[in-house]
Write a protein that binds this ligand. Structure first.
Ligand code: B4P
Length: 188
């Protein structure tokens, strides 16, 4: 399976990507996790990403696209992958197509996890108490949701137009959402 996971911040993309990757035996590739690991490691990539992430903005496309291109070319992604958090805007969507066609493969599905704004805000504020992520404060969450609405949400129509969109309700229990996702993928 080659799929991307879409949805607002806090919808459960990272949470569910890990579970689906294990179930289907493919790597979950989270652009957010890769950026955070680089920030922690003090790498050049981390330095390039940090100021954008802490402001809740998207990291510039040229940085993000190059990173994803490298990651998708690695051996473990040959048999499939689940991209979590990429693409995040229509230009990244077009770039992903180019990367996949260069690799000679195609995307099977774009899975959108839907959840309402109040619920995702509640989840992110709860995570702030547990993990202390600097982008989980109320003003930054608001900014991330705005960017989601203006930059990322248009991807839904982009993938729908190509017959790849699968929408799954992300409200409720984590296990219930996982079961819905597996059922949706199995029926594809
Ligand atoms: P991400 O790491 O992708 O952050 P996110 O959108 O908040 O999603 P995440 O996967 O972490 O959270 P989840 O919904 O699983 O991005 C962070 C930043 O990186 C971006 O703002 C941007 O700066 C940069 N970035 C990443 N990708 C980029 C790209 N392509 N281009 C440019 N910049 C990029 O979970 C949230 C919380 O909810 C968790 O605490 C979880 O435990 C909880 N939760 C999940 N499901 C739940 C459920 N069903 N019920 C209750 N709680 C639940």
């Amino acid at each position: 399976m080659r799929a991307v996971l879409l949805g607002p911040p806090g919808a459960g993309k990272g949470t569910q990507a890990a579970r689906l990757a294990e179930r289907f035996g493919i790597p979950a590739i989270s652009t957010g996790d890769i950026f955070r690991a680089n920030v922690k490691g003090g790498t050049e990539l981390g330095r390039a990403a940090q100021e954008y992430m802490s402001a809740g903005a998207l990291v510039p496309d040229e940085v993000t696209n190059a990173m994803v291109r490298d990651r998708l070319a690695q051996d473990d992604a040959r048999k499939g992958f689940l991209l979590d958090g990429y693409p995040r805007n229509p230009d990244q969507g077009v770039e992903l197509d180019t990367m996949l066609s260069d690799l000679g493969v195609r995307l099977d599905a774009a899975i959108e996890i839907t959840a309402d704004i109040d619920e995702v805000t509640k989840r992110l504020l709860k995570r702030a108490q547990i993990e202390g992520r600097e982008d989980d404060t109320e003003p930054v969450i608001r900014k991330r949701l705005e960017i989601y609405a203006t930059s990322t949400a248009p991807l839904t129509a982009y993938f729908e137009g190509r017959g790849l969109l699968v929408q799954v309700d992300g409200m409720g229990d984590v296990d219930d959402v996982t079961a819905r996702l597996i059922a949706a993928v199995d029926s594809e």
